[in-house]
Design a binder for this molecule. Structure first.
Ligand code: MN
Ligand code: MN
Length: 295
């Protein structure tokens, strides 16, 4: 494959970010009491395509103590009530990804918690430039959240983005760690502080609605073969169970999982069932600062 020039690559990251920003605002307007969660998720994914992108992962809708990897199931009957709602959206253009999340407070009780993850994101963005250490970023996020009396979620972090890779190195922690790496000009990274009134740690719950292809493997079961073909089109990016053909789907998924072809993404929730807020943007690192692609 011909190596693309950096400017052409960055233009695709910008395009993905711009599509995302528009869809995110449309999604916020749709999150209202009584609306089906699955309606919002499908709306987001459809609007991404209508605006000229592709979903980089299923629209995540995480409620209250849920932090990530939650997306409605195909027959989901849940409607929004008075929850704290995180909407996390991924868009790619030719594999180049924008990743951004926002918290919508339908409870009216968690404004401060929502503001604190936004503030942590803003403070992190202010210090990002060529040569900044991920240690400094983690430190400023942790400090901003703790200063307001909340806890950062220690085992969720920001990350790099690469072509068809929604979680590339480096890890960008939400707390100060001993070891880190320096960011360089033209690195594309997602910064995503999570704040909570709970323990500050997430654990896996039993629910799985999101999967990813690890590696194509030979399988004999017809349904599994068909499913393998269908998921190759996601190029290794995460996909939702509700995107897949329904026919004997559980058997097909189980077969691929047992063959070592599939990775599951169980819903992550706060260990003490604390309420979690999240804010996220994707940025391109520049000489003197950074460019937020998802604003
Ligand atoms: Mn995200
Ligand atoms: Mn992310």
């Amino acid at each position: 494959m011909e190596e693309e020039g950096i400017e052409r690559v960055l233009e695709k990251y910008r395009k993905a970010g711009k599509i995302l920003a528009g869809v995110r605002e449309e999604a916020i307007a749709k999150v209202k009491e009584g609306v089906l969660l699955v309606e919002v998720a499908e709306f987001v994914e459809q609007r991404i395509r209508e605006r000229g992108g592709e979903p980089a992962f299923p629209c995540n809708i995480s409620l209250n103590e849920e932090a990530a990897h939650a997306t409605p199931s195909m027959d989901d009957t849940r409607v929004f009530g008075n929850e704290l709602v995180k909407i996390d959206i991924g868009v790619h253009v030719d594999g180049y990804i924008g990743d951004s999340a926002v918290t919508v407070d339908l409870s009216g009780e968690h404004e401060e918690l929502v503001r604190v993850s936004e503030a942590a994101l803003n403070e992190a963005i202010k210090i990002i430039r060529d040569g900044v250490s991920t240690i400094e970023i983690g430190e400023v996020i942790e400090h901003t959240i703790r200063e307001q009396g909340y806890r950062p979620v220690v085992n969720l972090s920001g990350h790099g983005l690469a072509r068809y890779n929604s979680h590339a190195p480096p890890t960008i922690p939400n707390v100060r760690y001993e070891h880190g790496v320096l960011l360089s000009e033209n690195d594309v990274v997602a910064i995503e502080p999570f704040a909570t009134d709970g323990a500050g740690k997430v654990v896996e719950s039993g629910t799985v609605e999101i999967y990813g292809l690890i590696k194509a493997k030979p399988v004999r079961v017809t349904e599994a073969k068909k499913l393998m073909e269908a998921i190759k089109s996601y190029q290794g990016l995460p996909f939702a169970k509700r995107w897949l053909p329904r026919e004997r789907l559980d058997l097909a998924l189980r077969t691929l999982k047992n063959a070592g072809a599939l990775r599951e993404y169980p819903v992550l929730r706060e260990e003490e069932k604390g309420v979690i807020s999240q804010a996220e943007h994707t940025v391109i690192v520049t000489k003197d600062g950074c460019e937020v692609t998802t604003q």
